[in-house]
Design a protein around this ligand. Structure first.
Ligand code: CP
Length: 341
């Protein structure tokens, strides 16, 4: 019994971990999925508590982390930052340094979600996680900030390997913008582009003019593709990217103007997006693909991002990917927080 070499590590973006380290998570997640309640795993976090800070709502992340902690013999505690007297830009209160140092004396890890309407400029959520990581002596796990969503990215890759085979090289993923009424942060699509390119996939990103993602992240995706001999393309044509795709990932995301003037213009973003009705993943566009799988991190804005026919069709793997959140998070927690491996 002991610790893995990943013990104590923060996970804020998959790009910051070596590929071999990501492989370790995926290998353990696969074993944990196969043998879910084996006594090998059910005491790994016995008597340990994982804190979960949710600034924003969640179905999958909260529930899968709670189940993960339970299945490892520990406990996940749900915390709403608004109940904690934390210092903000506008109010006096406890500093991140003090909160992080105190919480490190209690728990085995801290998960944080902060994005969309809980920030006033792009990057602010990610900065908060990194500030916690600076002061905490226990792992900080990104449960979705405004830039990255590593647990989702790992669950995506696990699902793609299950359905397309272990080697994803030469497989093409289309990540396409879709219209919708949720004005979503860029975290899931940026993480998917980063991790799919690490695993050798050809990556095409399609969006209407005016919906650019973070140029620094796109530069990293391009570099990952170059290193793996894979293709990276951006198109503003709603159909072009579907051609030859083995995987289609459709998702709404906000424009780079969403936080203009230090405020989140949610309603304007939604009104602008809803006009672009041709940007929906439907059966007719899916016919252009190589019988592609459909993935989406969920929650899905059905009828906008994708039709029911595709989302609930036989090539959709949305529920497998959602289930994999549990298994990859169990593996992340075991490898970064358990002293009983
Ligand atoms: N995919 C995802 O993070 O889902 P939730 O927002 O429901 O947690």
């Amino acid at each position: 019994m002991g610790k893995s070499e990943l013990f104590g590590r923060d996970l804020i973006c998959s790009q910051e971990w070596k590929k071999e380290e990501l492989d370790k998570i995926l290998e353990l997640a696969k074993k944990m999925k196969k043998d879910r309640f084996s006594p090998k795993y059910t005491k790994l976090l016995e008597n340990r508590t994982f804190f979960m800070f949710f600034y924003n709502p969640s179905v999958r992340t909260r529930q899968s982390f709670e189940c993960a902690a339970t299945e490892l013999g520990g406990h996940a505690q749900f915390l709403e930052p608004k109940t904690m007297r934390l210092k903000t830009e506008k109010t006096a209160g406890e500093t991140v340094e003090d909160a992080a140092k105190v919480m490190s004396r209690y728990a085995c890890g801290i998960g944080i979600r902060i994005l969309e309407d809980k920030i006033s400029y792009y990057g602010q959520g990610d900065e908060l996680l990194r500030e916690y990581a600076k002061y905490a002596s226990i792992p900080i796990i990104n449960m979705a900030d405004d830039k990255f969503h590593p647990c989702q990215g790992l669950a995506d890759i696990m699902g793609l390997k299950e359905h397309l085979g272990e080697d994803l090289k030469g497989k093409k993923i289309l990540i396409t913008w879709a219209h919708g009424a949720l004005a979503r942060s860029w975290c899931s699509v940026q993480e998917a582009a980063l991790i799919c390119s690490r695993y050798g996939m050809d990556v095409t990103i399609a969006y209407p003019e005016g919906y650019d993602l973070d140029p620094e992240v796109m530069e990293k995706v391009k570099k990952n593709c170059e290193e793996n001999g894979a293709k990276f393309e951006i198109t503003h044509d709603v159909r072009e990217g579907y051609k030859g795709a083995h995987v289609v990932y459709s998702r709404n995301w906000m424009s780079p103007n969403a936080y203009e003037g230090g405020e989140f213009h949610k309603q304007e973003e939604i009104e602008k997006a809803l006009k672009l009705t041709s940007w929906i993943c439907d059966s007719e566009k899916m016919k252009l693909t190589e019988n592609a799988l459909f993935i989406h991190p969920m929650p899905i804005d059905r009828g906008h991002e994708v039709t029911d026919e595709v989302a609930s069709g036989e090539r959709s793997i949305i529920y497998d990917v959602a289930e994999n959140r549990l298994h990859v998070q169990k593996a992340i927690m075991a490898l970064t927080m358990s002293e009983r491996l």
